[in-house]
Design a protein around this ligand. Structure first.
Ligand code: KIV
Ligand code: ZN
Length: 525
């Protein structure tokens, strides 16, 4: 079965995906979104097939209230729509009001359970906290049938108190119990043990779904969420690209692809349409302005890019040698072979094939040599560079009378631009060297060439343009020369040094002129 397909087999338990990009994700500094933007993301979450969309915290602002209402109306029964509240009656009433548009509403309510939260934030006893939690769940149940209770900072709670709190919340009517590692404090083994402990110590736990909500302060969010799944949690709270408060939340794409790729190991999977992952990632990044780091798992620009020659060779022979996920399964066009100085002939030939070039062995070797020279100067060689190299090679291989061997230019301000050029006469293999000065470096080069190739011509056009991106881009020079009898010849040359590109272009134009002037076979001489 293809990895992007939904699990159909009964052997995999379903893990529900609770997306909180629009609530916890929006808590990322600078990520606030307007209602229209949230709606756009909600539509994409529906395409992904998430089970729950946490659409906002309705009491926190009129904008959040409106977003929850609009998303509830838009989503219909495609997903549960959830609104956050504290264990405060007004919060719950406002959340319930915002959710009246939703076909499948859920109220998410809860309270802090760690010693730190009880003592320093809420300043209440454990008993008061339990009373408030029970009252909140009961009130929420009066509005909706689906109530999720969160035990904030459960990762740092005393387990015995956590068990009492959860048992009380279940008794009050909670249908889902959320165990957040709010501060991202725990390690996978600990967090897994915390979830496992609930099954052993909490009465009624088998009647509810356990949810895990992990933060990434120590880089453990995905690992902890998966440890929770391994221990029996069947809902994971996550955000697209892992955005969220401080260091963020569990990244949805990571947890979904981990479960999809290793479902035999977990005995569980989600029903997410993984082919929508990349689109979701780009949308969230565009809307929030939070860029995705290139080496980010699953959705980073380099997630399927192979740079080392050894890896490229392997992937070209069989993708799975260095890829555990088919890029198509997450909606990426395909693996990218990044051509660098470490790439070998196999990678270059493959890319040229894809670009539609079928080069004979000799020409391929010429292009490969040029490619290596360019790759030494540039970090990455792009398709446009290759196209230029190939046409450059075609140009120079056809009718080459003189070949530009070496070029040395001195210029500056103040200074007299001076060029020394070495040409090879191809037919005789004779090396010619000459120098000249000029008004500028290109003029000096052209004068030096003229001293060796004595053919009447006028330079009538000179243009230079960058073929690819960046300061190290290939420059392509196009020139036109008029011969003594008035005919016009075009020459092109490309190089990362535009003076060299200019010299190549000039030699190319003169070669064409000379070939045109040569008597053809059969001509009378
Ligand atoms: O991190 C957290 O504890 C939360 C809760 C509100 C669920 O975001
Ligand atoms: Zn959170």
């Amino acid at each position: 079965m293809n990895a992007s397909e939904n699990p159909t087999s009964a052997i995999f338990d379903k893990v529900h995906i609770f997306d909180t990009t629009l609530r916890d994700g929006e808590q990322s500094p600078g990520a606030s979104m307007n209602t229209e933007e949230k709606l756009e993301i909600a539509r994409q979450l529906v395409r992904l097939g998430v089970d729950v969309i946490e659409a906002g915290f309705p009491i926190s602002s009129p904008g959040d209230f409106e977003s929850v209402r609009r998303i509830g109306a838009e989503v219909g029964d495609a997903a549960i729509v959830c609104g956050l509240s504290r264990a405060v009656p007004k919060d719950i009433e406002v959340a319930a009001d915002a959710l009246t548009t939703a076909a499948r509403p859920r109220i998410h309510t809860g309270i802090g359970v760690s010693e730190s939260h009880l003592r320093d934030k809420l300043r209440i006893t454990e008993e008061t906290a339990i009373e408030r939690a029970v009252a909140a769940v009961k009130l929420a149940r009066a509005f909706v049938g689906d109530v999720e209770f969160y035990a904030e900072d459960a990762g740092r709670a005393v387990p015995a108190f956590l068990y009492r709190m959860i048992e009380a919340a279940i008794g009050a009517g909670a249908t889902v119990v959320n165990i957040p590692d709010t501060t991202g404090y725990t390690y996978p083994e600990e967090f897994g043990a915390l979830i496992g402990g609930l099954f052993e110590h909490v009465r009624g736990i088998e009647d509810v779904t356990i949810s895990v909500h992990c933060h990434n302060d120590l880089g453990m969010a995905t690992a902890n969420a998966l440890a929770g799944v391994k221990a029996g949690a069947r809902q994971v709270e996550c955000t697209i690209n892992g955005i969220g408060e401080r260091a963020g939340n569990t990244a949805m794409e990571e947890v979904v692809m981990a479960l999809r790729s290793r479902r035999e190991y977990f005995g569980a999977d989600t029903t997410i349409n993984t082919r929508e992952i990349t689109r979701a990632s780009r949308l969230v990044s565009n809307i929030t302005g939070i860029l995705v780091q290139p080496n980010k798992s699953i959705v980073g620009a380099n997630a399927f890019a192979h740079s080392s020659g050894i890896h490229q060779d392997g992937v070209l022979k069989e993708r799975s040698t260095y890829e555990i996920i088919d890029p198509a399964d997450v909606g990426v066009g395909g693996s990218a072979i990044v051509l660098t100085a470490r790439s070998g002939r196999a990678a270059l030939r493959h890319r040229l094939d894809q670009l539609g070039y079928e080069l004979a062995e000799e020409e391929f070797e010429r292009v490969y040599a040029e490619f290596l020279e360019l790759a030494d100067k540039k970090k990455e060689v792009y398709d446009e560079d290759l196209e230029t190299l190939v046409s450059e090679s075609e140009r120079t291989s056809v009718g080459e009378v003189y070949h530009l061997q070496t070029l040395h230019v001195m210029c500056g301000d103040p200074g007299i631009p001076t060029a020394t050029v070495e040409l090879v006469e191809v037919a005789t293999d004779e090396h010619l060297i000459d120098s000249s000065h000029g008004t500028g470096p290109v003029d000096a080069v052209y004068r030096a060439i003229n001293r060796m190739i004595e053919v009447e011509n006028d330079l009538i056009e000179f243009s230079v343009q960058s073929v690819t991106r960046g300061i190290d881009a290939l420059g392509e020079v196009t020139i036109r020369v008029r011969s003594g009898d008035g005919r016009v010849f075009t020459g092109r040359g490309a190089h990362s040094d535009i003076i060299t590109a200019s010299a190549r272009a000039y030699v190319n134009a003169l070669n064409r002129l000379l070939v045109a002037e040569r008597p053809s076979v059969g001509d009378e001489v």
